[in-house]
Design a protein around this ligand. Structure first.
Ligand SMILES: [Zn+2]
Length: 507
């Protein structure tokens, strides 16, 4: 028994309640077990459920990109970016404690990489908590002999039972006293950008399938801005199928930034380096008494690796501030880490609110550097222009214009060396560009004359190479749109917009 591996603390609404009040007592054990057994009876009978080998659900859904952290603006009411997940088949191998989710994903917003629009198959192996977002698996896990029940409490007319699995994960299952059916399951996960996140999987629209009552509506919300991040329609259930099909060996691939890369620094000009972790990074710039870094990309590991390497570049000088190009959760994945190191964040003014939200969220269950060393956010806003200057270096930070992927974005410019620093303006190997005009529109608006481009994604290129890549990406986006229209498909973002020159025509 590994109970108590983590101390679970959950914040609901305005109050925080300690969950351990009556857990472990014989009364709590019995009360929790009785309630979940009643739920099992309501769903089709305890023995029937415990005798199942597997079940398979199919359907379709939509998932919020980056859990809401990829919207065009950081405003809580900004329009959302969803990906469609069609042809979904989720097989629960109950006998072996695992599930596999297969679906075909297509982004419902224009994306720079073909993978986002090619409906390639996504296969995710799920074990542990990842497969407990369904009432059948949650009830069976709660009734496992190794599970320990905690306190029971009431919430919005539902009876909520806490339980801790053999693996040490604490969850809560809410049961509707009118029907005895599970209404939701809740668990806590860690997040690079948000600290601890309280997740709730809601179950609605129960119907009987082979005598077992199962929900056909599955939605997933998180406690950050009370956001619905997943919305799924079940269109069939099959119980105890003969052949559940092959299951993958590996769980899902890692998120942004990859794993176990090493930071590499490349001198670009006097006092300017490109410091990259894997494919992503940006410039580090030397001032008289400090260094300024561009972007806190991906996560804590990537950001600390870049800061640590930067701090070795010039004896006696350390990174004290980071320019963050925009709020998207890949680009701001290291903001909590940077704040934990006491660095000042420089970004467009519109991001102050979201960065305060991100850096003030606690992480007692999955502590990151900021949770272990809490620091206040030091934020320097940029409106149109911010000048960073001392006797040795000048960097201009400007509001990016014409880039409808990111409205509250900045880029930077080092006039002495004609170096342009940007995130998401382009990348040399992007397949498509939907707002390719932003680069030259911004250059023109501020009267700049760049020679070298240091991007967040990819490699350092000359200005001419950068513009040539954008032109090609715009042309390819237009060809992609045209081929879709020829098949009667009207993709989001089509026809691709381009505000510049000869390519400025509408397909
Ligand atoms: Zn990006």
């Amino acid at each position: 028994m590994q109970h108590g591996k983590r101390l679970a603390v959950v914040t609901v609404g305005l109050g925080t309640f300690a969950v351990a009040a009556t857990s472990g007592t014989a009364l709590a054990q019995q009360q929790g077990r009785d309630l979940v057994e009643q739920a099992a009876e309501a769903m089709g009978g305890l023995e029937r459920l415990q005798g199942l080998d597997n079940f398979v659900l199919t359907g379709f859904g939509q998932y919020l990109n980056q859990e809401g952290g990829a919207n065009p603006s950081p405003h809580p009411h900004a329009p959302s970016k969803w990906q469609a997940a069609n042809a979904t088949e989720r097989s629960f191998d109950l006998a072996n404690g695992r599930a596999v989710n297969r679906d075909r994903r297509g982004f419902l917003f224009p994306f720079a990489i073909e993978r986002g629009h090619s409906w390639t198959e996504t296969i995710a192996l799920q074990t542990g908590v990842a497969m407990l977002d369904h009432p059948l698996t949650a009830v069976l896990e709660a009734l496992d002999p190794e599970t320990e029940f905690g306190a029971v409490h009431a919430e919005d007319g539902l009876t909520v039972v806490e339980f801790t699995t053999e693996g040490g994960d604490t969850l809560w299952i809410a049961i509707d006293p009118a029907t005895d059916l599970p209404a939701w399951v809740r668990w806590i996960s860690g997040s690079t950008t948000l600290g601890d996140v309280t997740n709730t999987a809601w179950f609605t629209g129960y119907l009987p399938f082979d005598g077992i009552r199962l929900p056909v509506g599955l939605t997933h919300s998180i406690d950050w801005r009370d956001t619905t991040v997943g919305s799924f329609h079940v269109d069939s259930y099959r119980i105890d199928v003969d052949d559940i099909g092959p299951l993958p060996e590996q769980a899902s691939p890692p998120g942004f930034g990859g794993q176990d890369a090493e930071a590499v620094a490349t001198p670009i000009a006097e006092g300017v380096w490109d410091v990259r972790y894997g494919n992503n990074g940006g410039a580090v710039i030397e001032f008289d008494d400090h260094l300024t870094m561009f972007e806190a990309y991906a996560n804590e590991a990537a950001t600390f690796a870049r800061i640590d390497l930067a701090n070795t570049l010039v004896p006696g000088k350390e990174v004290t501030e980071v320019i963050v190009s925009h709020h998207h959760f890949d680009h701001s994945g290291g903001v909590r880490a940077a704040v934990a190191r006491g660095l000042t964040i420089i970004a467009h003014r519109g991001n102050e609110g979201i960065f305060r939200e991100m850096t003030s969220r606690p992480a007692p269950n999955f502590p990151d550097a900021l949770a272990l060393n809490p620091q206040p956010l030091k934020f320097v806003p940029v409106d149109e222009h911010l000048l960073l200057e001392d006797e040795t270096m000048r960097v201009d930070v400007y509001h990016a214009i014409g880039h409808l992927h990111m409205t509250n974005a900045v880029f930077a410019y080092v006039p002495e060396h004609r170096i342009f620093l940007e995130g998401d303006f382009t990348t040399y190997n992007w397949d498509w560009h939907w707002w390719g005009g932003a680069y030259l529109d911004s250059v023109e608006r501020y009267g700049l004359d760049p020679a070298i481009n240091i991007p967040v994604h990819g490699i350092v290129t000359t200005f001419d190479e950068t513009i040539a890549a954008i032109e090609e990406q715009v042309e390819r986006a237009r060809a992609f749109c045209a081929s879709n229209v020829a098949s009667g498909i009207y993709m989001a973002g089509c026809p691709a917009k381009y505000s510049r020159g000869a390519s400025d025509r509408v397909n």
